[in-house]
Structure formats: C-alpha cells, structure tokens
Design a binder for this molecule. Structure first.
Ligand code: UDP
Length: 460
C-alpha cells in the first residue's frame, strides 16, 4: 500500500494528481466512485467506527479493480495527519475529503457536514465524470442524491444498516432519526438500484421503507484465501491457548447493539465445567470514544460474574492474524441485537468454525441452522447457553458443522464472486443509461457527466 500526503500529492511526479482523470492515465478503464461517508476503507478495522462497512467497501473496491474498473473510494478525513490519498493497488485508491473538522465525529452528528462532503466530491466528479456512484450508508446515499441533481450518474446504494429497523429497538430516537428515515426512503425510490445484502434485508426494505424502487440481492463476501480451514492445534499453539480447553470466541466492535453482555452471561450458565471453558473477546476499543465505555462495562460484568480468569480480552486483531483466532475456537458467538449482514459469521465459517448467533437480519441468511451453526432469539441468555453447550458437547456433530460451514462460504460468499455480481450490475446499469441517452435528447446540464464506457468494462 502506498500512502500519499497532501504535500507528496502536490510535488510527486510518480503519482497522479488527484484532479487528473483516471481515464487519461488508463484509457481502457472506466472510473467509478464508491462513497463511504464514515467508513474509511483505508482505516484500521475493528475500532469503534471501523467495522463491516470499511471491510465491504475496501474489499469490493479492490476486487472491482481486479475486474478492470478504475475505483476511487471516497470517505471523510477524520485526522489531520492521515494521508489524503491512499493507493491500495494501481487502480484502486481511497480519497479522504475534507468535510467539516478533520476529527472523529459520531454518526449522529455527521449529517451537518455532508453538504461540505458533496462540495468536495463535486471537484472530483467534475474532473473524472464518474458515470456510476455506489454509495454506502444513508448519509452517503444523500450525497449521491445531491450529485444526481446535477450530473447524469447511475446511483447504486448499499444501506449497511437500516434506521427503519434500528429505531424499532431504541427507546429514545436521536434528533437525526426523521431525516435518516426520509433519506432511506428517497434512495430506495430514486436510486437506479439498491443492493440488499440478504433476502431478509430486501424484505425489510419492502415492508418498512417503500414498495417502490429496484432492489437486487448481492451478499457481502469474505477473503477465502485469507479465511480458510487450518489445523486447530497449530492455531492454538501459535496463540498460546491450551489444546484441551473449550474456546468460545467473540469478534467485533464494542457496541451495546453487539450484545456482548448476553454472551458473557450465557457463559456462566454452561453445562461444561467452567474451568474448561475460555471466553476470548477480540475487538478494539479506544478509551476516548464510545466503544471504550462499552468495553469498561463488559469488563465490569466479567469481573462481577467471576469470569475474569477464564476470559481473555485480546484487543484489535488484523485480518492477517484473525484466521488463527477463528481456527482456534470451538464456537464463534454473534449475540447482536440487530445485524444487517454480519461479516464475522462468514469469516468464522470460512475457517470451519460453527457459529451460534442471534436469529436477526443477515445472520438468518448466512447461517444454516443445524448445518453451519445455530440461531437463537436475540438477548436470550438461556438459549445462547444451550446452543453453545450443544456444539461444545458433541465433537462428531461439531466436525460435520465445521465442514459444511466452510463449504457454504466457499460456494456463496467469496469477495471475487460478490464483485463479479456487482460488476455485472454496473455494466447493465451503464448500458441501460447509454441506451436511454440514445433515445432521449441530452440536456446541456447533463454534459458534464457524459458517460464513456469503454468496450472492456461493458464486455468483461
Ligand atoms: N474486525 C477485525 N478486527 C477486530 C474486530 C473486528 O478485523 O479486532 C473485523 C471483522 O473481521 C469484520 C468486521 O471487523 O470483518 C466487522 O464486521 P461485521 O459486519 O461483523 O460487523 P460491523 O462492525 O459492521 O457491525
């Protein structure tokens, strides 16, 4: 990965000036934009504000570049010393736009800086004429809708999280709630296509948001070359875990919505001898941010329940070492109250580790109950304990689950497969748009976004 600071960008002749069209450098590639307002694709994954969305945008971006697209991924700059441009591969880069103060701003207060984000993005749009913009999360969708007012762009959106579901479980809605719900409806009705990551999300959109608009289901994916089956004993010895202990694993952010408390409480109710069980909690936290509070709260519960000696807080682990943790575990638990997709489920299954998860959202799609893991009602401590016990207590069945879990991911959830489906969708949308333009006279205001789709992008 190559990091470019503002200064380097201005002075270096080796790297392209951000305002020079990608097409002038790589004429056979079509430039497209992915927008991720708060999920920086170049950020450390696993921190409070970095999770599935970052992974999705980054992996999709890199995989699309491998398929022949020129991919620019836009996010908001949150730290002054972060590079403005991060070049991930020759045809895929993250561009950090200045929109409001260059500091972390919680999502609930971010919307007021989105007009500035639009202005900053428009400078790139004017130079690169992205004919297709794929937005991620409702605030990016708002940005896309604004750009669509002045440019002829095909708009695709992935929600990642739906306010329409999230607010059902929240007693006090934040001030931004109504705006978010309005934008979620507008984008569904006005985008050229919504990408739902599971049939469950598609159903939720139809029943809770709008009956209008075009939706296609394309799941999230995982890097099956990185997350794959390895010998458990080897992973345990590398991580310093005992060969004979039962390992129950959590991977993810510290956020009350993730339901870590349910898992901790379930661990006190297991039939297994408590001395044989180790709870391993993987995920980053920062004492200056909201996830630090949740981490302290969970540590307090662990202590209060007398589980401290049997619990390991690992902290943030990169994707390079995460496969070792999944492999070392006997079961991975996802106790979320709500989970739009849940990348952790497919990462764990790819490593052959069965999953016990809440029967919510995309987890009902990725996990096949009794075949790759078990689904239980969210926040039901007894049900979690019982399900974990079933897997820990039956080695033969667990071996079958391991096999089916990894097969399911390989067949359905590789990033390359996901990117191929997205690439196909983009090509169809761009081809439709060209066909439409040939029938409809072009308005002069549309010319700045004129579409040039090279034969390669249309035929790959
Ligand atoms: N993650 C990571 N290191 C950690 C904790 C989490 O790399 O220490 C990654 C995890 O591997 C997954 C992502 O963060 O790719 C979490 O995505 P998921 O969809 O499960 O949850 P979200 O964070 O989007 O709510």
């Amino acid at each position: 990965m190559v990091l470019l600071s503002d200064k380097q960008n201005a002075s270096s002749s080796t790297f392209p000036d951000p305002f020079i069209s990608a097409r002038s450098k790589a004429p056979d590639r079509q430039a497209i934009a992915l927008i991720s307002d708060h999920g920086d694709p170049a950020a450390d994954i696993g921190k409070e504000a970095a999770g599935g969305q970052n992974v999705y945008v980054r992996q999709v971006g890199e995989a699309l570049a491998k398929l022949g697209w020129q991919v620019d991924m836009f996010t908001r700059k949150t730290r002054a010393d972060d590079a403005t441009i991060v070049q991930h591969s020759p045809h895929c880069r993250t561009i950090r736009l200045t929109a409001g103060p260059t500091e972390f701003i919680p999502r609930d207060r971010l919307f007021e800086f989105m007009p500035a984000f639009v202005n900053a993005f428009q400078k790139y749009q004017a130079k690169h004429h992205y004919p297709l913009i794929h937005t991620n999360y409702w605030m990016s969708a708002w940005v896309g809708l604004e750009v669509q007012k002045t440019h002829n762009v095909q708009l695709v959106n992935t929600y990642h999280s739906l306010g329409a579901i999230k607010y059902q479980a929240v007693p006090n809605r934040p001030a931004i709630a109504n705006t978010r719900l309005d934008v979620e409806q507008q984008i569904l009705e006005q985008a050229n296509c919504i990408v739902a990551t599971s049939p469950q999300e598609q159903e939720a959109l139809r029943s809770l948001v709008s009956s209008q608009g075009h939706i296609e289901v394309i799941p999230c994916g995982t890097d099956i070359e990185n997350f794959h089956v390895m010998p458990k004993s080897e992973a345990r010895s590398q991580l310093g875990f005992q060969p004979d202990e039962k390992i129950v694993l959590y991977v993810g952010r510290f956020d009350p919505r993730k339901g870590i408390e349910t898992l901790v409480r379930a661990c006190t109710q297991l039939k297994e001898n408590p001395a044989d069980v180790r709870l391993v909690i993987v995920g980053g936290s920062d004492s200056t941010q909201a996830d630090g509070d949740e981490r302290n709260r969970i540590e307090g519960i662990v202590q209060e329940l007398g589980l401290s000696k049997r619990t390991t807080f690992v902290g943030r682990v990169g994707h390079d070492r995460l496969p070792l943790y999944y492999t070392a575990a006997d079961v991975c638990v996802i106790p979320s109250h709500y989970e739009p997709f849940g990348l952790v489920a497919i990462e764990s299954m790819a490593c052959g580790t069965p999953v016990v998860a809440s029967a919510v959202g995309g987890l009902k799609f990725s996990i096949v109950p009794e075949e790759t893991g078990l689904l239980v009602p969210p926040q039901d401590t007894d049900a979690f304990a019982e399900a974990i016990d079933r897997i820990l207590g039956d080695d033969l069945w667990a071996t079958k689950l391991r096999l089916r879990a990894s097969e399911r991911v390989q067949q359905n959830f590789s990033w390359s497969g996901v990117a191929a489906q997205l690439s196909d969708l983009y090509r169809r949308l761009l081809a439709q748009s060209i066909a439409h333009e040939m029938l409809v006279p072009v308005r002069s205001s549309d010319l700045s976004g004129a579409i040039v789709v090279p034969a390669k992008a249309l035929t790959q």
